[in-house]
Ligand binder design. Structure first.
Ligand SMILES: NC(=O)c1ccc[n+]([C@@H]2O[C@H](COP(=O)([O-])OP(=O)(O)OC[C@H]3O[C@@H](n4cnc5c(N)ncnc54)[C@H](O)[C@@H]3O)[C@@H](O)[C@H]2O)c1
Length: 381
């Protein structure tokens, strides 16, 4: 990536780009508005792990040095999306006007995504065009580097033998072509598509995924180890999610929901050492908007086979849970790139439902690995 003509933030640090795929979605809009609010000191960084003491002096880019852009297939301006989110109670009511300038600046850096129906470009032409958008962003804004973060609608799993790459993999390939580190916050294929395996290895760029762990799976990654460590036998673990918004609508497609649920169920198998009975359901309830209710019903046996049940109800605002993690991931991945770390970053498993093979599944162990990464990022070469 070019290091000439670098721009700096108001406090003199190099600017770092965050290129959001799905840049006009709820998570992306909350990320851009939230970053501006924190950088201006309007709100405390609640939910941001990288703002806690273990991450001080790790050389992470400051929040005021992050510059946003991205791709999306819709055209609704970001300030308007922020107003919609404020009307739904996702953003504080006065935030869209307070950070209008930052939303407008990010909006100017959003390029048309694809492929839209009727687009006749080949996969390679699409990748080239997305990579050119990324290179243009880095050059125009004088960035030291840019991290690509996928927060677009969840795709169905690709059909076996389909010669075309799914959109998420086209963008991931474009990140490689433009020399950008890559984070997949969704269950979509992204870099995991088999036909990208060789290019991913050859690029040696740091990358992390998949699917942000913000609610039900976060709880599962804490409760699963508890049952295992206390030698309590889980007989069945069933879950239901009710949510609306764009994510709820996308997950109403059974094929997209299957991609999402695979990660939710994997954490149980990995922490319990066995797959209990029970399934996960996702119901689209449009009137809930971005507010999700996740209910888990856990049937387990205690001493002498005594039957017991734990039920949990999680009521969260999805974008408010996800946005601080996007900022954390962008900062950590950017610093990893700067420090010359290569390939998958399993130490970021803390953030994902379906992390890279070989990472622990229990949240406590994942946090330990994240702290080790913080230490590596702190060390000078
Ligand atoms: N707690 C959370 O919010 C959470 C947790 C884990 C994962 N995720 C994932 O994050 C993603 C975003 O969630 P959201 O609530 O912001 O959804 P959303 O529907 O509000 O936003 C998705 C955006 O992606 C855009 N998009 C769709 N196809 C595209 C394409 N081919 N190219 C570019 N843009 C495209 C849409 O136009 C939309 O603006 C989803 O995949 C969701 O599953 C969210």
């Amino acid at each position: 990536m070019s290091t000439t003509a670098l721009s700096t933030s108001s406090v003199g640090t190099p600017l770092v780009g965050v290129w959001l795929i799905g840049a006009r979605g709820s998570v992306a809009t909350t990320t851009v508005a939230g970053c501006a609010a924190l950088a201006a000191g309007l709100h405390a960084p609640t939910g941001m792990v990288t703002e806690t003491p273990p991450f001080t002096d790790c050389g992470l880019p400051t929040l005021s040095s992050l510059v946003f852009g991205g791709h999306d297939t819709t055209s609704c301006p970001l300030p308007k999306r922020a107003e919609e989110l404020a009307a739904g109670g996702v953003l504080p009511y006065d935030l869209p006007s307070a950070v209008r300038a930052e939303l407008t600046a990010a909006d100017a850096e959003i390029r048309p995504g694809g492929p839209l129906p009727g687009d006749t470009r080949t996969d390679d032409e699409l990748i080239d065009s997305f990579a050119a958008d990324l290179r243009g962003f880095v050059r125009r804004r004088g960035l030291a580097r840019a991290v690509v973060v996928n927060v677009a609608s969840t795709e169905p799993l690709p059909a076996d033998g389909d010669p075309r790459l799914p959109a998420s993999s086209l963008y991931a390939a474009a990140a490689l072509r433009a020399g950008c580190p890559y984070v997949n916050f969704t269950p979509s294929s992204g870099l995991h598509h088999p036909s990208l395996a060789e290019a991913t290895r050859a690029s040696a760029l740091p990358h992390a995924g998949r699917d942000g762990k913000t609610g039900q799976t976060l709880l599962r990654s804490v409760l699963g180890p508890m049952f295992a460590q206390r030698a309590l036998a889980v007989r069945a673990w069933s879950g239901t999610n009710l949510l609306g918004g764009g994510d709820g609508a996308a997950l109403a497609d059974p094929a997209a929901a299957a991609a999402k649920n695979a990660g939710k169920e994997r954490v149980l198998a990995d922490t319990l050492g066995t797959t209990p009975e029970g399934a996960v359901h996702i119901d689209d309830v449009p009137s809930l908007g971005d507010w999700k209710t996740a209910w888990d019903h856990i049937a387990f046996d205690g001493f002498l086979g005594t039957r017991m049940v734990l039920q949990t109800t999680w009521q969260g605002c999805d974008s408010a849970l996800a946005a601080p993690l996007i900022l954390d991931l962008a900062r950590l991945t950017s610093r990893a790139h700067e420090r010359g770390l290569r390939g998958p970053l399993p130490s970021l498993a803390f953030y994902f439902k379906d992390p890279d093979d070989g990472s622990p599944a229990a949240l406590g162990e994942q946090y330990g690995q994240l702290l080790d990464l913080a230490q590596r990022l702190r060390e000078t070469r």
